[in-house]
Design a protein around this ligand. Structure first.
Ligand code: SF4
Length: 179
């Protein structure tokens, strides 16, 4: 039987959700007999191709992230929002309490570790920042949500196994908290 193709990506995030994925440890080896990774930070394949399942970690806070999100959505039959950032905006959405220009000034000029004598905020060669950070379903259709910061590896395993059985996963309450 052909393996189920999976692509993953990360947007505005800390990579902790992918680390949780890798925390499946030996169970990942078992899963790899049924799935294969295409584009992913895990494989370092950067171009998206049509896959059965797309998994997105992270929120959307700039135009490059939105472009990546749209590409993985277009190429995925089922799209999973992995982690609180992808589901709801999560930690990156804490900047939504501040004006975008205040955030840029703080990051590029005021931070204690910054050396920027000309006090220039770059506008070229960096993706345009959106006024606020949002979960991915504010931009594209999401089929499955796996919340958590990070999600419990068992929740990721459960969701993938349900999908392999042809079911859209509904996480049981015990998998909604990290152990
Ligand atoms: S949900 Fe938590 S672990 Fe995942 S990317 Fe966001 S901050 Fe990191």
């Amino acid at each position: 039987m052909a393996k189920v193709k999976v692509a993953t990506t990360w947007l505005e995030c800390c990579s902790g959700c992918h680390m949780s994925f890798l925390d499946l440890d030996e169970k990942l080896v078992e899963l790899l007999s049924k799935i294969e990774f295409d584009a992913s930070p895990i494989t370092d394949i950067k171009d998206f191709h049509p896959v059965d399942v797309g998994i997105v970690e992270g929120a959307v806070g700039n135009e490059e992230q939105l472009e990546v999100l749209r590409k993985i959505r277009e190429n995925s039959k089922i799209l999973i929002a992995l982690g609180d950032c992808a589901c709801f905006g999560g930690i990156p959405a804490m900047r939504n309490f501040f004006d975008k220009d205040e955030v840029l000034k703080r990051v590029y000029i005021e931070t204690e570790s910054t050396v920027n004598p000309k006090k220039v905020i770059p506008h070229e060669d960096v993706p345009k920042l959106f006024p606020s950070v949002k979960g991915i379903d504010q931009f594209v259709k999401v089929d499955v949500y796996i919340p958590g910061c990070p999600p419990d590896p068992r929740a990721i395993e459960y969701a993938l196994k349900e999908l392999l059985e042809g079911r859209i996963p509904v996480l049981p309450p015990e998998l909604l908290s990290y152990e």
